[in-house]
Design a protein around this ligand. Structure first.
Ligand SMILES: [Zn+2]
Length: 315
C-alpha cells in the first residue's frame, strides 16, 4: 500500500500541524522597553504554570489567562516569565509561579498535567499550554550554566538564559529532543505495540528517541527493528507534534514493512500485533484494544491510515 501526502493530509485529524493561535514576534524579544511595558498593559494575557501544571477551567475545558492586574502581585516572586508572542494585538506571556506556594490560584481554576487532560482541550489551547509548559521546564532545568556551573539569568524575553560568570558568559537556548513515531504497514495491516507500563488494552505506534549521528529515517528503521524485529522498505514523513513531556518533538512517519515476523528484540515492548482495519475495529468495539488519546500524533497516524479504507469504515 502506498500513500501520497495528499491522501494523508486529506484524512488527517492533526490540527496541530499548521495552526498556531499566536504570532511569536521573534523581533520583540530584544526590545526590553516594549516587553516591560506589556507587563502592565490591559490587553496582555498571562498563562500561569505551577509545578509544570497548567491552569484550566470550565466544561469544555479552556486555558485560564490572567490579566496584568491579576498577575501584578505574583510578578515579584515568579520563577520565570516568558514572552510567548501576540494574539489579537495583545502580548501573551507565561509566568511560572513558585513551587513552594500552596495552590496559588485556587479560585481561578484547576491545575492539571497536560499529559492527562490533553483530550479535553481544543487545539489552540493545547498549543498555547504546551508552549508555556515547555519553557517552564527549560527554565527550571537551566538555572545553572552547564559549562562553568554559575547561575544563569533569563534574557531575550525568556528565550535565552545567560551565564552570569563574566569569564564564561555562555548563552543557553531552549532545546527540543527529536523522537520518531511510526505506524508500520504491511499490505492491509498495521503494526501496533504495547509497552510494559501501559494498561493491558493500550496499543499504539512505535516510537523512540533519535541518537546523535543518525538521520531521522535511520532512526525510524533502527527503532522499528529494535522494538519489533521488522525491516522496513520505505518510510514517509507524515507530520510532527511538539510533545513537552518534558521536551520532545515527535516526528511522525508511515512506514512500509519489508518483513512481517515480529520479534521483540530490545524488550521495550511487552506485546505487538498486526491488525487489519476489520480486526482493529472489532478490538476497539470489544474494548480489548484502546488507542492513545485523540490529541496525540500517534492517534492521528493510526486514524489517517485507517480512514483510507472505503467510505463507512472511519475510525
Ligand atoms: Zn558559564
Amino acid at each position: 500500500m502506498r500513500f501520497s501526502p495528499a491522501d494523508i493530509s486529506a484524512s488527517s485529524q492533526a490540527p496541530f500541524q499548521l495552526y498556531t493561535p499566536l504570532t511569536r514576534d521573534h523581533d520583540r524579544r530584544t526590545d526590553e522597553t516594549w516587553l516591560a511595558a506589556r507587563l502592565t498593559e490591559d490587553t496582555t494575557e498571562f498563562l500561569p504554570v505551577w509545578k509544570l501544571q497548567n491552569l484550566v477551567h470550565g466544561d469544555p475545558t479552556h486555558a485560564v489567562t490572567l490579566s496584568a492586574s491579576e498577575v501584578a502581585p505574583l510578578l515579584p516572586e515568579a520563577e520565570s516569565i516568558t514572552f510567548l508572542g501576540t494574539r489579537d494585538g495583545g502580548a501573551v506571556f507565561s509566568i511560572v509561579l513558585p513551587s513552594a506556594e500552596v495552590d496559588p490560584l485556587k479560585a481561578q481554576g484547576q491545575w492539571m498535567n497536560m499529559r492527562n487532560f490533553g483530550d479535553l482541550l481544543g487545539s489552540a489551547d493545547w498549543s498555547l499550554l504546551a508552549y508555556a509548559r515547555a519553557y517552564a521546564y527549560w527554565h527550571e532545568r537551566t538555572r545553572y550554566c552547564g559549562v562553568c556551573g554559575s547561575p544563569t539569568v533569563s534574557t531575550l524575553g525568556g528565550h535565552v538564559r545567560h551565564c552570569t560568570n563574566p569569564s564564561c558568559g555562555v548563552d543557553h537556548f531552549p532545546r527540543s529532543d527529536p523522537a520518531i513515531i511510526v505506524l508500520v504497514i504491511s499490505g492491509e495491516r498495521c503494526l501496533l505495540g504495547r509497552q510494559h507500563a501501559w494498561p493491558a488494552e493500550r496499543f499504539s505506534t512505535l516510537a523512540g528517541f533519535m541518537e546523535p549521528g543518525e538521520s531521522v529515517e535511520q532512526a525510524v528503521a533502527r527503532e522499528v527493528y529494535e522494538e519489533a524485529g521488522i525491516h522496513l522498505r520505505e518510510a514517509r514523513y507524515y507530520g510532527s507534534q511538539s510533545f513537552p513531556f518534558p521536551a520532545s518533538l515527535m516526528l511522525g512517519f508511515h512506514a512500509e514493512a519489508e518483513t512481517d515476523v515480529i520479534q521483540l528484540n530490545d524488550g521495550e515492548l511487552a506485546d505487538a500485533h498486526w491488525f487489519t482495519r476489520q480486526e482493529l475495529r472489532a478490538a476497539l468495539d470489544s474494548h480489548t484494544v484502546g488507542l492513545p488519546p485523540g490529541y496525540t500524533i500517534s492517534h492521528s497516524l493510526i486514524s489517517a491510515w485507517f480512514n483510507l479504507a472505503p467510505v463507512g469504515a472511519r475510525l
